[in-house]
Design a binder for this molecule. Structure first.
Ligand SMILES: [Zn+2]
Ligand SMILES: [Zn+2]
Length: 136
């Protein structure tokens, strides 16, 4: 987790409430991505759905986590590597979803976003679907 430490130190405008800390701890411990569905289910005793959504939005705005959609349109969150800020996420990497076990993770390969004439590209997401190292 060495690489993402800076994100946790520089908390920006986030007020460190107990709920925020619980979510930060979950992301600090997980290398893999976590879906909103999993988080809401996991935290249902501790906070309501709206709180989970609100905190995730704040963490993303602060450059601590990034999000993407899976093949079913469910939102997933993963810890950002260093280099993300509140105004600019530099997480331009594909995500991988395993068809067998459902695991989703960030692939650390560089992606080059093509320059398209007369278009401004603000966001991109590439989801690669297949079998993970354990399911192959
Ligand atoms: Zn798998
Ligand atoms: Zn990612």
């Amino acid at each position: 987790m060495q690489q993402s430490c800076s994100n946790f130190v520089d908390m920006g405008v986030i007020r460190k409430t107990k709920s925020v800390q619980i979510l930060l701890d979950i992301f600090a411990k997980n290398e893999e991505a976590i879906s909103v569905v999993q988080l809401v289910e996991f935290l249902k005793e501790q906070m309501n759905k709206t709180t989970v959504y609100r905190i995730l939005e704040r963490l993303e705005n602060d450059g601590i986590v990034h999000s993407f959609m899976d093949k079913d349109g469910i939102k997933w969150y993963a810890t950002c590597k260093s280099g993300c800020t509140s105004s600019h996420h530099s997480d331009i990497h594909p995500h991988f979803q395993c068809q067998e076990c459902g695991k989703v993770d960030c692939l650390s390969v560089e992606m080059k976003i093509p320059e398209v004439p007369n278009r401004t590209i603000n966001f991109s997401q590439i989801l690669l679907i297949g079998k993970c190292e354990e399911c192959r």
